[in-house]
Design a protein around this ligand. Structure first.
Ligand SMILES: [Zn+2]
Length: 203
């Protein structure tokens, strides 16, 4: 004989019944596609909602501002810098926004896992692929891990159509080179290998 399920009592709240629920949002795409702008928009919105919000970026990236998350169009959100991904686990906030997430070559996925387990909402922005068209460090794994992925598009510097690739114009083989306009260009699929472009030693 079927029995009724136990009644849900009013004190059976999420926090008592389940561990905290973190959330990972990834904003990716090529350079100059508005990733930092979108990250800042989400952080401002969370802040306006009364949540404790912390902006973070790698110490390596001081192109537009020494500590704040900043866009090449001068929009900023005050924040802190970290030199190693593991330092992220020292930070406490309801929402943590990390810019230039692809800069970290190891430990990012693990650190974000710790934050998510605490119930933190983590929003990261970064390039999903290198200018040699390969997954950028741990970004590929984080795209898979994410609750929500937003992939922005740029504009092809040759034809003006939508572009999801960033190529490098200067001869350098490191994954990370901190540069801006003039060093990189966005390209559509059709113009990925059209000169001027540096395809790397592997090409
Ligand atoms: Zn094109």
């Amino acid at each position: 004989m079927p029995t009724n399920p136990p009644a849900v009592t009013s004190d059976a709240t999420d926090s008592q019944e389940h561990p905290p629920l973190g959330r990972l949002e990834v904003v990716c795409g090529p350079m100059f596609a508005g990733k930092s702008t979108e990250l800042i928009r989400r952080l401002v919105q969370a802040s306006e909602a009364g949540l404790e919000v912390l902006g973070v970026k790698p110490a390596l990236d001081d192109r537009y501002h020494p500590t704040a998350i900043a866009t090449h169009t001068q929009m900023t959100f005050e924040g802190v810098t970290v030199t190693d991904a593991s330092e992220l686990t020292d930070l406490q906030a309801d929402v943590i926004g990390l810019d230039e997430a692809h800069f970290f070559d190891h430990g990012l996925r693990e650190a974000i896992g710790v934050l998510l387990a605490r119930g933190t909402r983590v929003v990261i922005a970064g390039l999903d692929r290198t200018s040699f068209n390969e997954p950028f460090h741990e970004m590929g794994a984080l795209l898979v891990e994410a609750d929500e992925v937003t992939k922005l598009e740029g504009v092809c510097s040759i034809c003006g159509r939508r572009a999801v690739h960033t190529v490098r114009l200067i001869e350098a083989d490191e994954d990370i080179i901190v540069g801006g306009e003039g060093w990189f260009a966005n390209r559509c699929r059709a113009h990925l290998r059209t000169a001027p472009v540096y395809l790397g030693q592997k090409a």
